[in-house]
Design a protein around this ligand. Structure first.
Ligand code: ATR
Length: 287
């Protein structure tokens, strides 16, 4: 929300359950204020049973668009009339745009956000030479696997507590993506160029996935999509083993950029240090 918000403001928001601790309103509203836009970005937390009814009610452009987060990313895609290749391949959407003609367009900016975060925090990383291990098989893992497959990763191995969910991702993406069991993980880590925690393990400060990161090649890059805390137990173990790390906050910030452009038609102003703003909110020091 900016000081200049009027009755003609463009409204967008973020939808999840729970949404209370989302960082997205602070990020987008900081950009809105710095750009001097007549706009607002607000949080929504429909009940888990009510997501579809909520989205249906927004058809016709009551608001311009929505970011979608846990647990609605797969349902969001199902509500849309058309979608980007990435959202289709991922089988999940984190961005819905409400067109004036009543249609809904879905996109997935999580995967590109991940790739840009890696480029920013692990410069020189070569995806084409890097077998990937993804731990987790929810909406976040889907977005990552789709984008990494389209970007040319040679192999993407998905391990998940519920193996059927990893197998479902293989069915929707196919190609270089495979579902693997816990028993295969150590051997895969030994060859991995990129290891990603796409589970919620570690959120709030608990232990992350038990993967033995010290088995990875020395030049492997370790990513945690969890950003609360910023320095998760998983990333701390990777750092202790001397591996380069990429944090979930950078990915969150990078996925927000194309969302902002889709909502408001302009690039976020570079004058705002949204990472510093987010770190202050998280009570974290800069890395
Ligand atoms: P998101 O949209 O962020 O991916 P999600 O769809 O709820 O959220 O997926 C959460 C992921 O964390 C899943 O891979 C989940 O494993 P299951 O598919 O077996 O549920 C994983 N996860 C959550 N809690 C876990 C736990 N205690 N142990 C192992 N995996 C866990």
């Amino acid at each position: 929300m900016s000081a200049t918000t009027t009755g003609a403001a463009i409204v967008a928001g973020v939808c999840g359950q729970p949404i209370r601790h989302s960082m997205s309103p602070a990020i987008h509203n900081a950009w809105i204020a710095a750009a001097g836009l007549d706009a607002a970005y607000v949080p929504f937390a429909p009940g888990e049973e009510n997501f579809e009814a909520f989205v249906e009610g927004l058809r016709g452009g009551a608001i311009r668009g929505l970011n979608v987060t846990i647990p609605f990313k797969e349902q969001a895609l199902a509500c849309a009339n058309n979608c980007s290749d990435l959202a289709r391949v991922a089988g999940a959407a984190n961005l819905l745009i409400f067109e004036a003609d009543g249609t809904i367009r879905a996109d997935n900016t999580d995967g590109p956000g991940l790739i840009q975060a890696i480029a920013a925090q692990a410069p020189g990383f070569d995806l084409a030479l890097s077998p990937v291990v993804i731990i987790g098989a929810g909406g976040a893992a889907r977005g990552a696997a789709a984008a990494l497959a389209l970007a040319g990763a040679p192999r993407i191995s998905i391990v998940n507590r519920t193996v059927a969910r990893a197998e479902a991702i293989v069915r929707s993406i196919g190609g270089v993506v495979e579902a693997v069991s816990d028993g295969e993980l150590d051997a895969l880590l030994g060859q991995a160029g990129l290891v990603i925690n796409a589970t919620s393990l570690g959120l709030g400060g608990g232990p992350g996935p038990a993967a033995r990161l010290e088995l990875t090649p020395k030049n492997a890059v370790v990513v945690d999509m969890v950003y609360k805390p910023l320095h998760t137990e998983f990333l701390r173990r990777a750092e202790a083993a001397g591996r380069r790390t990429v944090d979930g906050l950078e990915m969150l910030l990078r996925q927000a950029i194309p969302s902002f452009e889709a909502f408001f038609g302009v690039k976020p102003p570079i004058s705002v240090d949204v990472r510093a703003l987010a770190l202050a909110r998280l009570g974290e020091a800069a890395r």
